[in-house]
Design a protein. Structure first.
Length: 293
């Protein structure tokens, strides 16, 4: 297994969300095999209704102590081996204040190191919202997706916006996603992120599913970089062997876009870590791992 060109992976899931596999020891072992120094678990946050996906997508609220214990077990195992394990969460971005209030209670009571903000447009709740608000054309859906994401950036809830163009996957759009056409709306997200000092996530999972492009699309990465956006880097692993997947390509893409550092969170505090120089990366791309999405 090739060592990861970047030592921190900021996005991964545990079996508690119902669609990931791996014991704490297996994540620790895989992280060490990849030469990682820090990993941050970011399971899907509990949400108030089954329309956000029930069991099979996310843990129930009363499972949070289990999640905490899972991460603590991994932390204890990693400690002696020189791996730092942190406690994060993949929270939701959603355009309904009441729903967000319910979720905010969790954010207020759990001491997360890192909070991702994701708009999972594929869940029933968001599709219901679109339908109830008469949003049906691809163009309107893309516009609403990015506008809601920008509102998420302004909300102060999240440290980083996860896979910020995931609207292109999972069949919410009828005719597919064109990054060029989405630019004006994506720029609103970038502006809100920069103004509110929120990071964007470069999420490599897109390289291994659907259209085989990282999140966000390289064009969008470049636009965000030019506007001064800060990035976090995550594999979105749902299986230990996917840790740091695609980081070689991610580092190349970020460097090519003029980005020299990536941000990592600990207890909500941000730290910048330099990316390796292009010249220091090993020749050739790593072979993509064969993994379930
Ligand atoms: Zn997941
Ligand atoms: Zn996600």
């Amino acid at each position: 297994m090739m060592p990861s060109p970047f030592p921190v992976d900021c996005h991964m899931h545990t079996p508690l969300c119902g669609h990931a596999v791996g014991e704490p020891a297996e994540f620790v072992e895989a992280a060490l095999a990849r030469g990682l120094q820090t990993i941050i678990f970011t399971c899907h946050i509990p949400m108030p209704s089954a329309r956000f996906g029930g069991a099979g997508i996310r843990m129930d609220r009363d499972m949070l102590p289990l999640y905490r214990r899972y991460v603590e077990e991994a932390r204890a195992l990693g400690k002696d081996a020189g791996l730092e394990v942190r406690y994060g969460i993949e929270a939701e971005v959603f355009p309904d204040a009441q729903v967000m209030e319910w979720m905010d209670e969790i954010l207020a009571t759990e001491r997360f190191d890192f909070i991702l903000g994701s708009l999972h447009h594929q869940v029933g709740a968001y599709r219901d919202w679109l339908r109830e608000h008469g949003v049906t054309s691809d163009e309107a859906i893309v516009r609403h997706y990015f506008t809601h994401l920008a509102a998420g950036a302004r909300s102060g809830r999240y440290h980083s916006l996860a896979h910020p163009d995931v609207i292109r996957l999972y069949g919410t759009l009828r005719d597919g996603f064109e990054p060029e056409r989405a630019l004006p709306w994506f720029e609103e997200v970038v502006e809100a992120a920069v103004e509110n000092d929120v990071c964007l996530e470069l999420n490599t999972s897109g390289l291994f599913k659907g259209d085989y492009v990282m999140h966000p699309d390289p064009l969008l990465i470049r636009v965000a970089a030019e506007a001064g956006a800060k990035f976090t880097l995550g594999s979105d692993s749902h299986i230990p062997t996917a840790l740091a997947q695609g980081f070689d390509q991610a580092v190349r893409q970020l460097r090519a876009s003029g980005i020299g550092e990536v941000y990592v969170f600990n207890g909500g505090e941000r730290e910048a870590l330099p990316l390796p120089e292009l010249a220091d990366l090993p020749e050739g791309d790593e072979a993509p791992p064969s993994i379930p999405s």
